[in-house]
Write a protein that binds this ligand. Structure first.
Ligand code: SAH
Length: 277
């Protein structure tokens, strides 16, 4: 049930909005445009590994050279916890999580824990990230088509999505984190990942329809824009608040006959907020 590529493709390089609406900003040609480099995410070769060990984080902790082994242990644990999709496990093996956290937290980068990324936000624990990605790709063969992520944060999940999809749009409402993600991702040169600054509650109409939409922040209800921008045959995975303020994961499948929603386990994500800051 792959949704396939939509017929219309937005122009590149994309202009990243500086106002609340990505759609407007693209038209107005606002500053801050950013498109990742052309080549796919690299990082497995010995050479790439040597380079990564030269980062401040790598030098500070010695994690750079042996991060592959630490990551392999994280992936083994994820598999033991029930993550079965080989695409998701391969992506978690490929993307170096320690590149996305502050140097003081690098030693915890491969533990199954959420970590602060600044401005009161957190990077989800690997188990939750893997679970959501697995839900997103379930039932789809091969790579996903075009994907929208709401809540770029530090950019870690966006890098994973770029491994699983042909094209990824990721929106962040906090300028500081949008810039942090850009800095974290720049050395990885992820050609199919487009970072946007704006209010993700509006989705990103220029890239629609999406084969998949994933949110890393939870609101009271799913914004209508997300449902509208999801392709027929597409799937949305997001945390939503239920009665009493508790949060749960919801999976939405859009079919020609309409929308089906499945409520899953309780989760704890940062709040989905409107506007930019
Ligand atoms: N996937 C991220 C997780 C970041 S936490 C990572 O790998 O780091 C969730 C993020 O959602 C926060 O950065 C928060 O600022 C952002 N967010 C909340 N509401 C948003 C909105 N309406 N539009 C875009 N981003 C939003």
């Amino acid at each position: 049930m792959t949704a396939g590529d939509p017929p219309r493709r937005p122009g590149f390089p994309l202009r990243m909005p500086t106002s609340a609406s990505p759609q407007n900003a693209i038209k107005s040609g606002a500053s801050g445009a950013y498109k990742q480099g052309d080549s796919a995410l690299k990082g497995t070769s010995k050479e790439a590994h040597r380079r990564s060990s030269g980062t401040t984080a790598g030098l500070a902790t010695g994690l750079g050279l042996d991060s592959q082994a630490v990551r392999a242990r994280m992936v083994q644990k994820l598999a033991a916890q029930g993550v079965a999709d080989s695409r998701v496990l391969a992506a978690m093996m490929q993307v170096e999580r320690h590149r996305f956290v502050d140097s003081a937290l690098v030693n915890q980068a491969y533990e199954d824990t959420s970590l602060p990324i600044g401005l009161g936000q957190t990077i989800s624990k690997p188990n939750v990230v893997a679970r959501m990605l697995e839900l997103l790709v379930k039932g789809q063969d091969g790579k996903l088509g075009r994907v929208l992520e709401i809540g770029t944060g530090c950019g870690y999940q966006a890098a994973l999505l770029a491994q699983l999809a042909s094209e990824v749009y990721s929106i962040e409402r906090l300028r500081g984190l949008h810039h942090k993600a850009r800095d974290n991702l720049r050395p990885l040169r992820v050609g199919n990942l487009h970072l946007l600054f704006g209010d993700g509650m509006l989705g990103y109409a220029s890239g629609a329809p999406y084969a998949a939409i994933i949110a890393a922040a939870g609101g009271e209800a799913l914004p209508q824009a997300w449902l509208d921008q999801l392709a027929v045959g597409g799937r949305l995975v997001a945390p939503v608040h239920g009665a009493g303020g508790s949060q749960a994961l919801v999976v939405v499948d859009k079919t020609a006959r309409g929308i089906t929603q499945t409520l899953l386990e309780a989760v704890h994500f940062v709040p989905l907020k409107s506007g930019t800051s």
